[in-house]
Design a protein around this ligand. Structure first.
Ligand code: AMP
Length: 416
């Protein structure tokens, strides 16, 4: 039998409906904040991610679905959205007109991680990028936007953690200082950190093995006055916007391009994989990719994890059946039922049926299971009187006879 690949899954109703509801909430919040949708390819050149996400990151080094295609090109399934958006910004000249680009995307990402609860090899991210605005107000707006999306989607218990990694100047000075420290302590490092220490010493801070003790013992970054001011101002703006957050000076993100502000949203309900969203400022990425100077900030939220948070809180929208489930016996009645169903749907009343060729008993069983408010029954008697029998399925007593012509207006009235 064919089975899905490990870490890949089918998302069925009602989960698929919860996913859509979160997407709808996000789209509404994005619209209010002037963000517009960008749709980017799922497959890009491998080089795009190697050069932007970073060749020493876990995502690129260990987790990327990269392969050589039939034409001999080195390609990769996107593990994240920012590099593709940055490429599009440059390639499509989105900087024209001097306006900031405020873009969002929703789509699948691929990472060959070890699957566990909340961690999949194909998952969906909702992400935003505000490109071209160096001001702390862009950082604060981006974070506040993320909190609003989670609130609107109904995900409770999320906390925002904030840090700054310094600008490229602060980072350059710190890189040398950290490299010196790591070289003196090579013995204590894990094999992966030892291997990449010269190429990218900063990665050790994000390593699952060495990160925790280095956060205690390694020297900390000193920030230049500009970075201190940027961080202070971002916090002041977040407070002004009523966003709760806590500063976590040891937070580093698993991607190379971040400068200055970085943030994560965590939810206790998720257990080990507790990050619902993460992001930060990337002031140099677009320039380093051959584009214009375009200081930017953005984030990505894991849709699968947001859904888990909402479900854990019992806050998923109630499952709703149709208003009317049609049950008909005989060819003529089936025809009438089909016509009435179509009339109801045309005026926005959800209607469903199973199969008019089956017995009434079997159709009634389906009606009971459907979660519908009413069964609309049409047999020989109903045909003769041109009135259907309306049977409540949600506990109310009684059955009433409703003329075919009056069915839509009768069902438009919500049941008590
Ligand atoms: P990142 O940019 O790697 O921090 O990813 C942003 C968000 O995407 C995370 O906070 C998670 O919510 C989600 N995410 C990342 N990797 C996975 C995965 N393998 N499975 C499910 N969600 C993920």
């Amino acid at each position: 039998m064919n089975r899905t690949l490990r870490g890949f899954r089918d998302i069925l109703p009602p989960d698929s409906e919860l996913f859509s509801a979160i997407e709808d909430a996000a789209r509404e919040v994005f619209r209010l904040h002037g963000y517009r949708e960008i749709r980017i390819p799922t497959l890009e050149t491998k080089e795009l991610f190697v050069k932007s996400t970073g060749d020493t990151t876990d995502i690129v080094e260990k987790e990327m679905y990269a392969f050589t295609d039939g034409g001999g090109r080195e390609v990769a399934m996107r593990p994240e959205g920012t590099p593709g958006v940055a490429r599009a910004y440059i390639e499509q000249n989105l900087s024209q007109g001097g306006r900031n680009a405020k873009l969002f995307y929703i789509g699948p990402m691929f990472r060959a991680e070890r699957p566990q609860a909340g961690r999949y090899r194909e998952f969906t991210q909702i992400g935003v990028e505000c490109i071209g605005n160096p001001s702390p107000s862009a950082d604060a707006e981006s974070i506040s936007l993320l909190v609003k999306v989670l609130e609107k989607a109904g995900a409770p218990g999320c906390t925002v953690e904030l840090n700054t990694l310094g600008c490229s100047d602060c980072r350059r000075a710190y890189r040398d200082q950290l490299l010196g420290y790591l070289k003196l302590n090579t013995e204590a490092l894990c094999e992966a950190c030892r291997r990449r220490v010269d190429r990218n010493p900063m990665r050790a801070l994000d390593c699952k093995v060495d990160g925790p003790w280095l956060a205690d013992k390694a020297p900390h970054i000193s920030l230049c006055p500009g970075c201190v001011e940027h961080f202070d101002r971002t916090q002041a703006l977040l407070k002004a916007a009523g966003v709760d957050f806590k500063v976590n000076r040891t937070m580093v993100r698993g991607l190379d391009y971040y400068t200055r502000t970085v943030f994560e949203v965590k939810a206790g309900a998720l257990g080990a994989q507790d990050a619902v969203a993460g992001g930060g400022r990337y002031d140099d990425l677009i320039k380093s990719m051959g584009g214009p100077a375009a200081p930017s900030v953005g984030w990505a939220m894991g849709l699968d994890r947001a859904a888990l948070v909402i479900k854990a809180a019992g806050a998923a929208p109630e499952e709703k059946g149709p208003s009317a489930f049609f049950v008909a016996s005989g060819k003529e009645a089936g025809l009438e039922a089909f016509r009435l169903m179509s009339d109801l749907r045309a005026v926005g009343i959800p209607a469903d049926y199973s199969n008019f060729d089956l017995s009434m008993k079997s159709q009634m069983r389906s009606a009971d299971r459907s979660g519908a408010d009413y069964a609309v029954i049409i047999g020989e008697d109903e045909l003769k009187s041109a009135a259907c029998s309306l049977k409540p399925l949600k506990g109310q007593a009684g059955q009433e006879s409703v003329p075919f012509a009056g069915l839509a207006s009768r069902l438009a009235v919500k049941p008590a």
